[in-house]
Ligand binder design. Sequence first.
Ligand code: BGC
Length: 360
Amino acid sequence: MIKIEKVENNIDLITIKNDELEVVVSNYGCTLVKVLMKDQAGNVDDVVLGYDDFKSYQTLDAYIGALVGRVANRIKKGTFELNSQTYHLPINNGPNSLHGGIKGFSYQVFDYQVLDETSVEFHYVSKDGEEGYPGELDFKAIYSLEGDTLTMHYHATTSKDTLINITNHSYFNLSGKKENVYQHLLKVHSDCFACIDPDGLPTGEIKDVKGTSFDFNEFAYIGDRVDNDDEQLQLGKGFDHPMIFNTKENQVELVHEKTGRKLTVSTTLPQAQIYTANYLDGRLGKYGQHYNARDAICIETQNMPDAIHLEENPSTILKAGDTYDEKTSYKFEVIKISRENLEIFKYTNFFRLKNKVKEF
Ligand code: BGC
């Protein structure tokens, strides 16, 4: 079932609902505004951060729930060369350009059409030169809800060679923000991660996760890791790092034991920026709640940030005539959590004992 509600002029809230899930999205920034799901006792909570006052999406940073583009994350010093031409982007984060510039896709109004009872297509034509990027980019995002899974399918074509790296910047908290994410269990199918500099820009160094706080190949509590004495965690003020998927499965899993809620993010993209909301500092969000660091986790599936400066054949170049076509899905389910669920408990208990970790 789809329901539409007007926010202002050409901005709407679109609710897609079935027996398992209710999601609310907006054509402003293709923002994911709400995800309402049950827990194992049948209680419904909203498991993404957001704002009650829609103006906050339009005026504040942090990209809560937004689609980010043309290029997610940072581009070094806001400049790059493509086909022997130098391009300049707005500098909006230390010395770098972040998340598509000052008025990137997160702050644009998209046209949209309801495709059927389960899906909506958002459309936006980004002008040649918009926010400094070359080429007129014709962009489409289809959001569809099938059972417990929300899928975001992105397509783009361009009139000139350009850069593109789309992500969704939702802040997940499976407790319904009744607590921070320290007691969320995280599993990332990743053998290595990209190191960052003090401004959050990847340095080009790729590190093996083995023996580090970044090894989430088995479920581990975020709270057991995020404040560890680790140079990279200190530089990021927590996790704010590209984790590169091993080729087997491009997946991130998140479990909240108390409620039995589980999120599985699966993607065609090669990595995810794992970000523990390190820069939230008390702003007012939905339901009168205030948002602080560690109150959520972002799982931003994408190509390598700043790929244009780091890769030999940058994965973020879209050539005129080619099509950008990527998909990320978010499965929200309730699982049975018991001491017998060894996959989860075997490792985490071992890790907690080994490190004499505190209770939260
Ligand atoms: C970045 C963070 C940034 C946050 C909000 C994340 O994708 O990696 O460094 O603070 O977005 O803008």
